[in-house]
Design a protein around this ligand. Structure first.
Ligand code: DGT
Ligand code: MG
Length: 421
């Protein structure tokens, strides 16, 4: 029996960028429940609700111990009525009805399947669902014209929905490094995104490229990309040009949050040989990689070794999506394909903006959002992946390191491994 009066309430600062959040924390079940509702809101194009649940989850991740009673949560920031109901449900019953029914809902499942296609966002998925399209087969039968990204996304669906391991990220890092120094000696490659925060798996691999001499990085991306294309490393790529200096609002105006770096969204062809030494994940057949279609127990996984379904359930075959035939085709099971597709994001930054780009591309997404909110509301500053503008002083604040940016913002420095909000 808990005496509510004796319970010591937890306390955390209001902004996630003021907290140290490691990958491991004490409230995984609660945070996962809220994260699922956040994901569902984001997939439903309700970003406001999504952020509210993400913020609530980030508060729970920051607590020093496991939550065992509602009284401990009294006075904590970012916990709205809805999040508190979910938490109470989990504490009382071991699970939240809302979370469980969301997971089971046809709409959520369809949104997951369709947005699992690279190049398909929440809006496109919602449109397709309104036309009765819930599965990859239905999409292919619908005769919808897919853009180049979506075609590639469908073609490499299984691979791209299988988490990227740290070993694979490192193998790709070596290739990117080789490409970059081949076309511009002295240029530097930094692993960013979730892997820089210490994650062991991710949905893509993010790299930031710069050169210590300002200006030398100009025009670098097309050269890197053509080197990679020539060597056969790219299955897909789309490069967007840097428009920061030439944009209408220009550097004299506080930069918007829209990124204007030279950026390449790509799909790498990674030889399995390259990561052979590395340990492969034990169970890569989690929801996301392992797609159950048409409500049956067929797995869309190409690699049967990573499929937990029995041969009876799969009929001894794993099926692969093929955009060419517009049909699902049956293929042989096996580790037949000596390579796998991996999503890779490349960004080139001038060295003068490198610290801002590094901070901006390391994440987590909520941590970034909270940094910008802190800057704006608490400091009257505008932070982007390019610069920090002080509205009171009417000038840009320079920084050569992430530590300097935190100092400008009046925040305690938080290392990447503790930015897992
Ligand atoms: P994951 O899902 O395992 O890849 O996890 P993350 O944390 O690597 O997430 P990701 O790859 O979507 O993004 C990495 C960070 O890069 C994220 O915290 C925010 C930032 N980011 C992503 N897209 C953009 C963008 O278009 N502009 C800017 N400024 N930042 C972006
Ligand atoms: Mg990433």
């Amino acid at each position: 029996q808990i005496n509510e009066a004796e319970v010591v309430a937890f306390s955390v600062p209001s902004y996630a960028c003021q907290r140290r959040i490691a990958l491991d924390h004490h409230n995984t079940v609660l945070a996962d429940a809220l994260s699922l509702l956040a994901e569902n809101a984001e997939l439903s194009d309700e970003d406001g609700r999504g952020v509210a649940f993400r913020r609530a989850a980030a508060v729970l991740k920051a607590l020093p111990r496991q939550v065992t009673s509602m009284a401990q949560l009294k006075g904590l920031p970012c916990l709205g009525g809805h999040s508190l109901r979910v938490i109470k449900d989990v504490l009382d019953n071991g699970a939240s009805d809302e979370v469980e029914s969301t997971k089971r809902s046809e709409r959520y499942k369809a949104l997951k399947v369709l947005t699992g296609i690279f190049g398909v966002g929440a809006k496109t998925a919602a449109r397709w669902i309104s036309e009765g399209i819930h599965t990859l087969q239905q999409l292919q039968a619908s005769g919808h014209t897919l853009n180049r990204a979506q075609q590639a996304g469908l073609e490499h669906y299984d691979d791209l929905n299988q988490p990227v391991t740290k070993a694979e990220a490192d193998a790709i890092g070596e290739i990117v490094e080789k490409a970059v120094v081949s076309v511009l000696p002295g240029a530097q490659v930094t692993l960013t995104g979730g892997f820089r925060r210490g994650k062991l798996a991710g949905h893509d691999v993010d790299f930031l490229i710069t050169h210590p001499e300002e200006g030398r990085e100009e025009g670098l991306m097309p050269k890197v990309v053509s080197w990679l294309v020539k060597q056969g490393f790219l299955l897909y790529q789309k490069t967007t040009r840097n428009s920061y200096l030439e944009s209408k609002d220009g550097p004299a105006q506080p930069p918007s949050n829209i990124d204007r770096f030279e950026r390449c969204f790509s799909i790498f062809k990674l030889e399995k040989q390259a990561t052979k030494q590395a340990e492969m994940p034990e169970d890569s057949c989690s929801f996301g990689a392992h797609r159950q279609v048409e409500g049956d127990d067929t797995c869309l996984q190409t690699d049967p070794q990573s499929c937990s379904l029995s041969p009876i359930q799969t009929g001894g075959l794993c099926r692969r999506a093929s955009s060419e035939e517009g049909q699902l085709e049956e293929t042989e099971p096996a580790g037949h394909k000596p390579w796998r597709a991996v999503r890779v994001d490349l960004v080139v930054s001038p060295v003068s903006q490198f610290a801002f780009a590094l901070l901006g591309w390391t994440g987590s997404k909520l941590f970034e959002r909270e940094l910008r909110r802190w800057a704006g509301y608490e400091k009257a500053m505008s932070l982007s992946s390019h610069a920090l503008y002080d509205n009171n002083q009417g000038r840009y604040l320079r920084a050569a390191s992430e530590e300097e940016i935190f100092a400008h913002l009046g925040l305690e420095y938080i290392p990447p491994s503790e930015r897992n909000a």
